[in-house]
Design a protein around this ligand. Structure first.
Ligand code: PEP
Ligand code: MN
Length: 366
């Protein structure tokens, strides 16, 4: 991938892990001032201050952002904290206004990253500026869309780039507001060398509890910073009230995180420990996927039972074996391993479905 400037070279004095904090939405000059003063008092001043000025709300009628007026309040942040500021831009007009008001960094939101027309329009509006751009992952887990948005920025000469992992919407898994998919940011880092990925635990978790846990996992995986929504009075925030934390809580979260050093800087033992932790996390994911797979298998079993179909369908089995083995081999897994794995998963599936049949029979007879 093309060379780009990393966060430390954006000319803003930023370092990694980059800590970004500030309210979901700018609401009033008083709100911005209170947040800044509390950040200072609680020793929770981030490196970069965030505020949403235009809010892409899922449903109309919610607070849709204060608009241009809010950009003027960013002076309050400069006055009290003297740190750079980032806002979300969702179209060309937003991008132009952000530049006009001297915003230091812009970010592209998840609902915008999915739309190449909007992303291109923003890229054109920013062309000729030197503004750093952070691109959130799209709503759906599509790595190419994410990379594509970064490429559109790069193609107009914007080379100060970073990505943000904010999780993906998931129709079934309601443990998260937006389910994290740790393989995706890691794969992005693999395919675009040097691309830094900030984690946004606030939009992943959707509530205050759990922000620390997700932040720690992001650091374990080697992501490059955190964006945490912070408000002086979260319960009364005009948007995302459930997930914002106070500056005091932000300090506690940051103090509790075990920030990792990059693997290259570590002594051999530490390196091994870190690799093992990564394996532990991946195994957790593997188990989650298996759990989901067997839940679907049980639904298929119920369908077969209702329609008097046999549990074992040899045509389907052959297709599954062949296609998965081929895919596995392409992913550098051995054919023998793929076959053993598939036999084992299939055997368990058949046993579960057969058990469903027996249990249903027993109920009928009783
Ligand atoms: C936000 O950061 O306030 C926001 C709207 O996030 P996302 O684009 O990740 O939903
Ligand atoms: Mn928000």
């Amino acid at each position: 991938m093309k060379p780009h400037k990393q966060i430390k070279d954006w000319g803003l004095g930023l370092t990694t892990p980059l800590i970004i904090a500030g309210p979901c939405s700018a609401e009033s000059p008083e709100q911005i001032e209170k947040i800044c003063l509390e950040m200072k008092a609680e020793n929770a001043v981030p490196q970069l201050f965030r505020a949403g000025i235009w809010k892409p709300r899922t449903r109309p009628g919610s607070f849709e952002g204060i608009g241009e007026e809010g950009l003027k309040w960013m002076e309050i942040v400069r006055h009290h904290l003297n740190i750079p500021i980032t806002v979300e831009v969702g179209n060309a007009a937003h991008a132009e206004l952000a530049l006009k008001h001297g915003v230091d960094v812009v970010w592209i939101g998840a609902r915008t990253t999915v739309n190449p027309f909007a992303v291109q329009e923003i890229a054109e509006a920013l062309r000729g500026s030197d503004v750093p751009v952070m691109v959130k992952n799209p709503m759906n887990p599509d790595l190419d869309l994410w990379i594509g948005a970064l490429e559109r920025m790069h193609a107009v000469g914007l080379d100060k780039l970073a990505a943000i992992h904010r999780g993906f919407s998931d129709a079934y898994d309601k443990r998260f507001r937006n389910k994290p998919n740790w393989s995706m940011p890691i794969h992005l880092k693999r395919v675009w060398t040097g691309m830094e990925v900030i984690n946004d635990p606030s939009h992943i978790v959707g509530k205050r509890d759990g922000i620390l846990d997700i932040s720690q996992r992001a650091m374990n995986f080697g992501l490059d910073g955190l964006m945490i929504e912070t408000h002086h009075d979260p319960d009364n925030a005009w948007s995302d009230a459930k997930q914002q934390v106070t500056p005091k809580a932000l300090r506690e979260i940051l103090n509790s995180i075990d920030f990792k050093e990059p693997l290259e800087n570590m002594k051999p033992d530490e390196r091994l420990e870190d690799l093992r932790r990564a394996v532990d996390h991946l195994d957790d994911q593997l188990l989650d996927v298996l759990q989901e797979r067997f839940a679907v298998i049980d639904q298929i079993g119920e369908h077969k039972r209702q329609h008097h179909l046999t549990v074992f369908q040899s045509g389907r089995w052959k297709d599954v074996m062949e296609s998965r083995t081929q895919k596995g081999v392409k992913k550098n897994l051995s054919e023998k391993f793929m076959k053993e794995l598939l036999y084992s998963i299939h055997e368990e599936s058949v046993k579960r479905q057969e058990k469903q049949l027996r249990e249903a029979d027993a109920v009928k007879k009783a």
